[in-house]
Design a protein around this ligand. Structure first.
Ligand code: AMP
Ligand code: FE
Ligand code: FE
Ligand code: ZN
Length: 280
């Protein structure tokens, strides 16, 4: 039964659609519940909940945080926290400040190459959103130096590329503590995206279990049956709930479909959300 999607981005971060349109679309698709999980930003949750009441769809308040992991990033999703929690707010404030400082440095690098990039205009155009590399990617496409967003990342914005500047990150322990402190459930996102060795994956699971992570996103866009089975086994071993999310970004990642993934491989029952909520 295709009932839920627990990983959805709106234009409050790097998705293309407003929270309201996202909720309406999810309803049209026949979903029962979706979680709004914008990067570093809880600003879309209230509008999504209002739309959820209007259209008759359950909205789970969510968030996605980047955590440092051996020079790379591991993403942590958060669910059902108090979005007004002071400590959470302070942490998000710190992340946004750090992100903005990084953005300024990146904009300078790009401008130095004669590519016009106006950060103030970008912020004005995406008011209330977390600005990040995806927005820079769109600028590079508009400037005609990249074919599309993927091309912009591959040639200019991925780690090691000319315009990449690393942000500062929370540790997974800090992120989990912040989420739990706000009454929420931390979940490790898309385990297959990090290309971890067996040893590092085991370390991630052990540290996740120790710091009170509640779930592992075992079902994710593009993951095959065997891969899912591997993550389900990991989740079971470390007492984590299995969750499911498409990581939908609307038009900005057009190959991903809300609720169903890339080739319909996602088909998550409501029960997964219930179990996550029961996890202590
Ligand atoms: P930032 O946090 O500003 O460094 O940007 C990171 C975000 O960029 C990620 O969370 C993704 O949503 C997006 N991103 C990273 N790599 C790619 C890629 N190759 N193609 C499209 N989006 C990407
Ligand atoms: Fe994203
Ligand atoms: Fe992510
Ligand atoms: Zn995401």
């Amino acid at each position: 039964m295709r009932e839920i999607d627990l990983h959805v981005h709106t234009n409050i971060s790097d998705g293309s659609e407003t929270p309201e349109n996202t909720v309406r679309y999810a309803k049209e698709l026949g979903l029962k519940a979706i979680a709004i999980t914008d990067h570093d930003n809880v600003g879309g949750i209230a509008a999504a909940k209002t739309a959820g009441e209007k259209y008759g769809l359950e909205i789970v308040g969510g968030l996605e945080l980047g955590c440092g992991w051996y020079g790379k990033e591991v993403h942590m999703l958060a669910y059902d926290f108090d979005p007004c929690n002071k400590w959470l707010r302070a942490t998000l404030g710190w992340i946004i400040t750090d992100r903005n400082e990084r953005n300024e440095k990146m904009a300078k690098l790009i401008s130095a190459d004669g590519i016009r990039i106006d950060l103030a205009e970008l912020e004005e155009r995406h008011k209330g959103s977390s600005i990040g590399r995806p927005h820079f990617a769109l600028c590079l496409v508009e400037a005609g130096v990249a074919r599309d967003v993927q091309d912009a990342f591959k040639r200019f914005l991925d780690p090691g590329c000319k315009y990449y500047i690393r942000r500062n990150f929370l540790t997974i322990e800090e992120a989990a503590e912040t989420i739990r402190g706000a009454g929420g459930k931390p979940v490790i996102a898309h385990p297959g995206q990090y290309k971890l060795t067996e040893e590092r994956m085991t370390e991630l699971m052990q540290r996740a279990e120790k710091c009170g992570v509640a779930g592992l996103e075992c079902y994710y866009s593009g993951y095959g049956e065997q891969q899912v089975a591997e993550y389900l086994a990991r989740a079971k071993e470390y007492g984590l709930c299995a969750t499911a999310g498409s990581d939908w970004h609307g038009k900005h990642k057009p190959h991903i479909q809300l609720g169903s993934g890339i080739k319909g491989e996602l088909c998550a029952p409501y029960e997964l959300l219930q179990k996550l909520r029961e996890h202590d």
